[in-house]
Ligand binder design. Structure first.
Ligand SMILES: CC(C)(COP(=O)(O)OP(=O)(O)OC[C@H]1O[C@@H](n2cnc3c(N)ncnc32)[C@H](O)[C@@H]1OP(=O)(O)O)[C@@H](O)C(=O)NCCC(=O)NCCS
Length: 180
């Protein structure tokens, strides 16, 4: 529905369950993107989660990401929306490692920004990312996000604490970036 140069963001369907399950159960994919306890998901867990991602809205707006040729590569979304202050959190996972580094992630984030700013009328999109997640920080940076601060020792993973970088993009900055 929302199309970029390389990917489109579309609704999830039950046909995505196998691919999505493989991706969320790939420890190397999620270790940098989840802050909670990483546990294996079952087919039913994933099918239920996908079933809940309806356009009827429950404060979370999740999209499957597919290439323009129709290959499922991951998911992204806007969640935890603060409607009064017009701030939304975003997240993304290009779950198939072979599909990373080809411009799909940044293209999906740009499309997601069009949804958040151009459609939902948000004023700011925010996220936190593990400070050593260089790929994600570079990717968000390429889309106009800047680091606003560092949250020290926010995540316990692999027997160590990790810092989170808080990143954000304002609507005015997004508009300015589009005009350039
Ligand atoms: C982060 C992620 C979405 C990036 O998507 P991607 O499709 O691989 O990124 P792109 O190919 O669009 O690259 C965008 C920018 O990031 C840079 N980049 C991508 N992978 C990189 C890597 N491993 N190391 C350094 N820079 C990297 C690219 O060079 C590009 O920068 P440029 O525009 O300045 O040249 C993807 O790697 C991913 O899903 N990772 C696992 C989950 C995750 O970390 N999610 C984010 C949690 S907050």
């Amino acid at each position: 529905m929302y199309q970029g140069k390389k990917v489109r963001l579309r609704a999830y369907s039950q046909q995505d369950v196998d691919n999505a399950l493989r991706q969320v159960n790939d420890y190397d994919s999620v270790r940098m993107s989840a802050s909670g306890i990483i546990l294996p998901a079952t087919y039913d867990d994933e099918a239920r989660w996908i079933g809940q991602q309806t356009a009827m809205g429950h404060g979370e707006y999740q999209f499957a990401i597919e290439t323009l040729e129709g290959r499922y590569v991951g998911g992204c979304g806007v969640h935890k929306i603060d409607w009064k202050n017009r701030v939304g959190q975003i997240g993304i996972l290009i779950g198939d490692a072979r599909m990373r580094g080809h411009g799909y992630g940044s293209d999906a984030i740009r499309a997601l920004c069009r949804v958040g700013f151009g459609e939902m009328n948000l004023n700011k999109l925010s996220l936190t990312v593990m400070s050593e997640n260089e790929a994600a920080i570079r990717c968000y940076g390429a889309c106009g996000f800047t680091i606003e601060g560092m949250l020290r020792q926010e995540v316990w993973r692999e027997d160590a604490y990790h810092d989170l970088a808080a990143m954000g993009l304002l609507r005015d900055e997004w508009r300015g970036g589009r005009e350039r």
